[in-house]
Design a binder for this molecule. Sequence first.
Ligand code: ISE
Length: 334
Amino acid sequence: MKNDLLQVGVVGTGMIGALHARNISRATPGAAVAAVMDIDEARAQAVAADCGARAYTDALALIADPAVDAVLIASPDAFHAEQTIACIDAGKPVLCEKPMATTVADGERVLRAELATGRRLVQIGFMRVYDRKHADLFDIVTRGDIGKALSFRGQHINPWRESSTIEGAIVNSLIHDIHSARWLMDSEISQVFVQWTPSEPDQPRSARYAIVQLAFADGAIGALEWNGDSGYGYEIVVEITGETGTARTVSHTSPVLRQGGRVSQGVTPDWPQRFAQAYQDEVQIWVDAIRESEPTGPSAWDGYMSLVVADACIRSVESGLPATPVGIERPDMY
Ligand code: ISE
């Protein structure tokens, strides 16, 4: 800590890393950006200048910097596991953007590294937990307002192509919906079945649209719908049906315009806008929690189990059949 501010190092200054750095630097009382890292030195220097921080091109050097108290990892997915383990080994709290790793094996390595310390250091960037619309839905379900939850339906509608393959769409994008399903239904996923349409006719594993059918360990069922190129905007919708009712997030909040024989409503164009407040709240709550004791948000176990389900989805893609998630027993620490 310096000047009673938690000194955060940000690894990766692409879209989401720069967004987190700006939030920490300008809108997160109790924290400051001490250092940023990117292999693109000019980009790192620009974000560092904007935040009054030091610039690095080596993530491990930033993590080892004694002036860095905590780390936020927003580098490309392939580096998440190694960098998170480096933070754990340095005894530094770390908020790692999803996914925690790109394979179950690497996810388990992160989990076991944290378990060996005997304390929580890791939080995973499933920021929908901090989205008011999702939190309100969570409250309805956990209060029992609709009785036992019977089904989960998630819609993840992206305005632009993010993942070139169905495997990439599952691990990088649908990983959010997998976590939302586990979190909001408060049940592990016991079976998945993936169907998809290619974005390129001559590339069968390319991904344009996917549906993931779910079975939950408590007997509930569900489906995740992923649209990789909506053509109209960005929407995330969750609907949970219970014994006595259905709860569904409100997707659009802009006014409905009736004019010239038409009825229209604005749609959020992209995820940085849709989740702007959730990202701010995610970092503020993370900073407050680790200044107090330890992170309270989505854990390394959540990161690991989302990868276990994603791995089953990929086996379903390969076999054309339903697949069963296979992971280790839940450690007592989570
Ligand atoms: C993307 O991969 C993300 O991580 C964003 O947080 C999410 O909102 C977006 O829909 C995903 O595709």
